[in-house]
Design a binder for this molecule. Structure first.
Ligand code: NDP
Ligand code: MG
Length: 382
């Protein structure tokens, strides 16, 4: 029985993971999980799975849950520091990091440091911490869960990095890749209406701006050691080819599958083995056409900004990521328009904000500084 630590259990990836644990209950068991503010959902996870530990990282929600939970099977803990202590001190076969945003950095960092298997959905932690994480060892036990990176990981299947000529990251393009809608007029509802995937709000907006693909380019650079000039994005609206690797001999291997995150999550738990898919089937004939298009970097400025930041290094990646997190939440709250997301990120990237020496503390400090500077910029300009 594999013992799973699921961080971000109350989100969309969290849901898929819990579904899998339910379906494969003789193989996987939920030993611990974290939630942030959704204490009601945390309570139902406790009731359904009776894990040994539940960590709530938002203070008020922790106290609310504590008032409601009267059982004694699950130990309730408060805060990210307790989550980190747990993952350092308890044994887990897999840590699935499904927290959204830079808030997932501690989990990524300490899982890798403690040499436990990290099943990584939280791409932002690699965007800001990838250089540091891989400075620990070039051979970290990180199994990507992001569908594109899971695809590349499967295509590589032990091939050496030297054999890669190009990585082809596919992108659905989100709801606006084809439409000529003016980005200033896009509503929150339209941006949240993703044509292929059902996901949390932040990544859905990132898909609409294509910042998601930008973050994934940086994620791929760290995971596979590929230079930015050799990472290409292809818009593939059907989202069936999850990504491709072109080798030095120009042979291309693609991974194809359904649009269901349970696939990459399950693979990250069972790798290097595969187990039978008990929850769905895949019909290749359902699709008789696979379209691939070049992305429009002038319209989707976030993707261009991400390439630029990636090439400049960790400092700019932290600024890109944190400014984007703030801008996306401002958009979701109806405070700025859709076009302003890229504008705010671009503006913040021009500011002289320094990381100093590469360390976990300095990454967290700069991440917070960019958050407050982006808020200041918003208050001044909007
Ligand atoms: P959701 O928004 O659905 O869930 C986010 C989770 O993170 C929730 O459990 C939430 O807790 C928790 N959380 C939010 N803020 C904090 C914080 N400050 N500290 C600790 N925990 C926090 O996101 P998704 O599940 O969609 O995405 C999770 C990650 O996986 C993201 O990095 C995303 O890019 C990546 N990913 C997601 C895919 C998808 O299909 N959804 C596909 C590929 C990658 P609570 O709700 O209790 O407040
Ligand atoms: Mg993805």
């Amino acid at each position: 029985m594999q013992q799973i630590f699921l961080t971000g259990a109350t989100g969309s990836i969290g849901d898929s993971c819990l579904d899998l644990i339910r379906q494969y209950n003789t193989l996987f068991s939920l030993k611990a999980f974290t939630a942030h503010s959704n204490w009601q959902k945390a309570l139902s996870v406790i009731r359904s799975f009776s894990p040994a530990y539940a960590v709530i990282t938002d203070r008020e929600s922790y106290f609310r849950l504590k008032q409601r939970y009267s059982g004694d099977k699950t130990v309730l803990l408060y805060g990210m520091d307790e989550a980190v202590k747990l993952l350092c001190n308890e044994s887990f076969d897999c840590v699935l990091n499904a927290i959204v945003g830079g808030a997932g950095l501690d989990i990524t960092w300490h899982t890798v440091k403690n040499q436990k298997r990290l099943c990584l959905a939280n791409k932002e932690s690699l965007v800001i911490g990838g250089e540091l994480v891989y400075s620990l060892s070039s051979d970290c036990d990180i199994i990507p869960v992001d569908s594109e990176h899971s695809a590349i990981f499967q295509c590589l299947n032990g091939e050496s990095e030297q054999n890669i000529r190009k990585i082809w990251l596919t992108a659905s393009g989100g709801p606006f890749w084809k439409s000529r809608i003016d980005f200033e007029l896009v509503t929150v509802e339209q941006a949240l209406d993703h044509p292929r995937w059902s996901m949390g709000a932040k990544i859905t907006i990132d898909s609409a701006t294509m910042m998601n693909k930008g973050l994934e380019v940086i994620e791929a650079h760290h995971l596979f050691g590929t230079t930015y000039d050799n990472i290409f994005v292809a818009v593939h609206p059907e989202s069936m080819i999850h990504s491709m690797v072109q080798f030095v001999d120009n042979h291309i291997i693609a991974q194809i599958g359904e649009t269901d995150m349970k696939g990459p999550i399950l693979y990250s738990f069972t790798w290097p083995d595969r187990i039978e898919n008990r929850y769905s089937d895949f019909d290749l004939f359902e699709l008789n056409r696979y379209n691939l298009h070049r992305p429009d970097l002038n319209r989707f400025r976030c993707l261009k900004l991400a390439y630029q930041a990636g090439k400049k290094g960790t400092e700019k990646c932290i600024i890109l990521n944190a400014a984007n997190e703030v801008a996306v939440s401002l958009f979701l709250e109806g405070k700025i328009n859709f076009a302003s997301i890229a504008g705010i990120v671009e503006n913040m990237l021009e500011k002289d904000l320094n990381l100093g020496q590469l360390s976990i503390e300095n990454i967290k400090t700069l991440h917070k500084e960019v958050y407050s500077k982006t808020w200041e910029y918003y208050e001044k300009k909007f």
